[in-house]
Design a protein around this ligand. Structure first.
Ligand SMILES: NC(=O)C1=CN([C@@H]2O[C@H](COP(=O)(O)OP(=O)(O)OC[C@H]3O[C@@H](n4cnc5c(N)ncnc54)[C@H](O)[C@@H]3O)[C@@H](O)[C@H]2O)C=CC1
Ligand SMILES: CC(=O)C(=O)O
Ligand SMILES: [Mg+2]
Length: 475
């Protein structure tokens, strides 16, 4: 499946055209005939005979971009000077940098921030390691660790290729919650080696955000690191996704007037995100949930190679139904996709119960094109920024880590996750709630703050916060 219709990339084409040979109207028509949508025009220079313009065009994908540019190259009187893709331009040289908080202007400054002055600070930490929180960056840092094996829905593309996503996560940590996050992409897929490396780098960090590590290795890596480290370890694709999914579902159910305990849910992709989403839904009261992976519905009576699927079969599918996605989705109230592009058909949606809720969350291309599904669904959500109702873990990870760092939590537990989900859902008021607004925008500044507060409260209530804080500490 290509990008869904309506979704696109933007290219900027710099052209020079001879005024006596071609008009801008002809050029715009040529772009339109090639299927491009002009979204911006800038005049760069103009003389009596020639004009240079930057035309920004929305296209479907790289192939479509080539077609539009070729069409212009073939247009009489037009010279294509340059083509730039705005997305690539934003990545040149990477997206983040390290900045000092204090300028080093004099020898005196130098002798304090560095040797010899720094030695006294080091000694103080050596004598009392908890001082690392007050005298180093530890209290505000998170390592975003990936091995590049499950990058978005792109699969195992390796650690170098994973970096742009991890840099993007670091930007979001900083912009949305003030957390200093460091992208760390490891050139190993070995579970034990990843665990040992993360443990070894942990002293510099107040938390570890595991990202895009494929299932089932991600489960053991997270579990072991949780046991062996005293800072929060959180696999974002599992828990961040689950938290935001629950927030979206709680609000979507209000729209359709269904109770969580009565709904039938079908979820595709029983990997990192899918298993965690299932567990949070069960904890929130869902009784009937059927998981579907490549070979159909996960059910009892089969011995799966993947031990997590055997456990999954025990927890889900109360009627023990087998079959394909199309078989099991009949009569379902909710579809949740954390699997692969284009696997949900319009006929599948048509076979769901009244007022279907469809959360097609695979990135970058969802399980169904929202525009195809739209006529048949009551509430539609995707993981993408270019459609309404973006269910994406970015609504969770900045605020949940902000809260965990601020109360110096030793872990992020179930209570903190549920509190985060309720906090996200609560940002959308009953007056605001609608089919196209079930989940707040990533840019809604209330989200991270509300998640932070709810998470700190839950951390103190469950005894995992280490910092004395009279505001949040329970009586
Ligand atoms: N919107 C969001 O916030 C998030 C979305 N995702 C998306 O969910 C997808 C899965 O991510 P992870 O769980 O991290 O990956 P994963 O690799 O751990 O799991 C993916 C699962 O989907 C299954 N799958 C693949 N093709 C399938 C098909 N045709 N039918 C049914 N199942 C199929 C795989 O066998 C695997 O079990 C990706 O597209 C990712 O971008 C993941 C995390 C957050
Ligand atoms: C959003 C995200 O973390 C993913 O698609 O993997
Ligand atoms: Mg991810």
């Amino acid at each position: 499946m290509a990008m869904p219709s309506g979704a696109s990339m933007h290219i900027t084409i710099r052209i020079q055209f001879a005024k006596n040979l071609v008009s801008f109207g002809d050029i715009a028509t040529a772009i339109g005939q090639a299927g491009g949508d002009i979204v911006g025009i800038d005049v760069i220079s103009s003389s009596k005979t020639h004009t240079v313009r930057d035309i920004t065009v929305s296209v479907l994908d790289s192939k479509h971009s080539d077609l539009v540019v070729d069409t212009l190259r073939k247009t009489h009187g037009v010279k294509v000077i340059n083509v730039s893709d705005r997305t690539f331009l934003m990545h040149i040289g990477g997206k983040i940098e390290v900045k000092s908080k204090i300028p080093i202007k004099t020898r005196d400054d130098l002798s304090r921030v560095y040797t010899p002055g720094v030695a006294r600070v080091c000694t103080a930490i050596a004598e009392d390691p908890s001082k690392a929180y007050s005298l180093t960056i530890k209290r505000n840092t998170v390592a975003v660790v990936s091995d590049g094996t499950a990058v978005l829905g792109l699969g195992d593309i390796g650690p170098h290729a994973a970096m742009p996503v991890m840099e993007g996560k670091a930007m979001l940590f900083k912009q949305l919650a003030g957390v200093d996050a460091f992208p760390i992409c490891l050139d190993t897929k070995d579970t034990e080696e990843i665990i040992q490396i993360v443990k070894a780098i942990a002293p510099a960090f107040g938390g570890i955000n595991l990202e895009d590590i494929s299932a089932p290795r991600c489960f053991e890596i997270e579990e072991r690191l949780k046991q062996e480290l005293d800072i929060p370890v959180f696999h974002d694709d599992q828990h961040g996704t689950a938290v935001v999914l629950l927030a979206g579902l709680l609000n979507a159910l209000k729209i359709v007037g269904k109770k969580i305990e009565d709904i039938k849910v079908v979820l595709t992709g029983i990997g990192a995100a899918g298993i965690a989403c299932t567990k949070i839904l069960l904890a929130a009261g869902v009784k009937n949930i059927i998981g579907v992976d490549r070979h159909g519905a996960i059910h009892r009576g089969v011995e799966y190679d993947n031990p997590y699927w055997n456990e999954y079969a025990q927890l889900t599918n109360p009627e023990n139904i087998s079959g394909t996605l199309s078989d099991v989705i009949k009569g379902a109230d909710v579809f949740i996709g954390v699997s692969a592009p284009g696997i949900l058909k319009v006929e599948d949606v048509q076979s769901m119960a009244k007022d279907p809720i469809v959360f097609a969350m695979a990135n970058p291309v969802p399980e169904i094109d929202p525009e195809l599904a739209e006529p048949y669904v009551r509430v539609m959500a995707t993981g993408r920024s270019d459609y309404p109702n973006q269910i994406n873990n970015v609504l969770c990870f900045p605020g949940i880590f902000r809260g965990a760092l601020d109360c110096r939590a030793i872990e992020i537990n179930e209570e903190m996750k549920l509190a985060a989900a309720q906090a996200i859902a609560s940002v959308v008021t009953d007056e605001e709630l609608s089919e196209t607004y079930i989940i707040p925008s990533v840019f809604n500044s209330k989200v991270a703050e509300r998640v932070r507060e709810a998470v700190i409260k839950a951390a103190y209530q469950t005894g995992v916060a280490r910092k004395d804080d009279i505001m949040f500490k329970p009586e």
